[in-house]
Design a protein around this ligand. Structure first.
Ligand code: SAM
Ligand code: SF4
Length: 317
């Protein structure tokens, strides 16, 4: 479906849970989330109905996210059923990777084609600091399980935090020489709940290029990422700049939250509930949501914080 500004909406991101086995400082509060009533969340059948309704409007690509999608007990079944919906060409998943030793193979067999894994640092102490409770060895076990499971593509995502991990940009980029993966650096978005970062932590993607003088631009379509490559590398460097150079004019995505709300824009509080609806009701709401998609997300910086009204774990990134 095409929105009122001529943008073709083909990409749906589905958050399957708000809960997580980590507590990343830029994403959610230290105390975790107040668990919502089970009856307020979408059931697996409702998620699949929403995918069917979205596919009937031209959605072809799905990304399963969270919270942490792999803590959802029925995650393999959700992915398998979503991948089988007519019109859906690609199911991808974003995860912190911790549960991949058990789940990488079943997810690949269920039809998940691509994985994005979150990795902000190579330093075990910093990993524990950023995630508040995480263990970097557990991440690497998940990473290797994913490499062995035969996904078509694996991308690593690092959120840029000035004074925390900007000194590791070259070392993180080196992973593209060691493994056939893309390494993407994402500008930290100032979310609704402040987190504990001061203004200097929000650094632009251009800082990555300053630290990687060898990187050369790669022509082609990296989606929202500007692509670069180190000489001799096996994968690309991707730079994602939602704060310093937004890509709203080319935005092709909508989001579905675990409690059943369609968000036409990540940083807007406008939401359309699909909870409890049948196929026709969901389809009509989706159309309404797509037609109301804002032109851009408005000023986004540490002063003008996101107006999403939710933290990132409640949206899905
Ligand atoms: N738990 C999974 C994970 O961490 O990959 C999936 C959900 S997480 C919300 C999805 C993505 O959003 C992750 O790559 C995470 O780093 C990113 N993210 C979370 N909060 C962010 C923020 N404030 N700014 C930029 N990216 C953020
Ligand atoms: Fe959990 Fe992902 Fe948010 Fe980290 S970024 S707290 S792993 S949902």
């Amino acid at each position: 479906m095409i929105d009122h500004l001529g943008r073709r909406i083909t990409y749906l991101r589905i958050s399957v849970t708000e809960l997580c086995n980590l507590r990343c400082r830029y994403c959610m509060p230290a105390e975790g989330v107040c668990k919502k009533d089970h009856s307020d969340m979408l059931t697996e059948d409702e998620m699949i109905l929403a995918v069917e309704a979205a596919a009937s409007l031209g959605i072809t690509k799905l990304r399963v996210t969270g919270g942490e999608p792999l803590i959802k007990k029925n995650i393999v079944s959700i992915c398998r059923r979503a991948a089988a919906v007519p019109g859906i060409r690609e199911v991808c998943l974003t995860t912190n990777g911790l549960l991949l030793p058990q789940l990488a193979k079943p997810l690949r067999e269920a039809g998940v084609r691509r994985l994005n894994l979150s990795l902000d640092t190579l330093d075990p102490e910093k990993y524990a600091y950023i995630t508040r409770i995480g263990n970097l060895d557990t991440f690497w076990a998940g990473f290797h399980a994913a490499m062995d499971a035969g996904f078509e593509k694996i991308k690593l995502n690092a959120v840029l935090m000035g004074g925390v991990n900007d000194d590791e940009i070259p070392a993180l980029a080196q992973l593209t020489r060691k493994y056939p993966v893309d390494m993407r650096f994402i500008e930290m978005m100032p979310m609704y709940d402040g987190g504990d970062f001061d203004t200097s932590a929000y650094i632009p993607y251009t800082k990555v290029l300053e630290k990687l003088p060898e990187a050369h631009p790669v022509p082609g379509d990296g989606g929202v990422a500007k692509l670069y490559r180190l000489p001799g590398a096996l994968g690309n460097i991707g730079l994602i700049s939602p704060v310093s150079a937004h890509f709203c004019a080319a935005c092709n995505r909508i989001r579905l939250t675990a409690d059943g709300r369609i968000k036409p824009c990540l940083h807007s509080s406008e939401e359309y509930s699909l909870k409890g609806m049948d196929f026709a009701g969901m389809r009509a709401r989706l159309e309404q949501a797509i037609l109301s998609k804002p032109a851009w997300h408005g000023d986004l910086n540490p002063v003008h914080r996101s107006r999403a009204g939710r933290n990132m774990n409640q949206i899905g990134g």
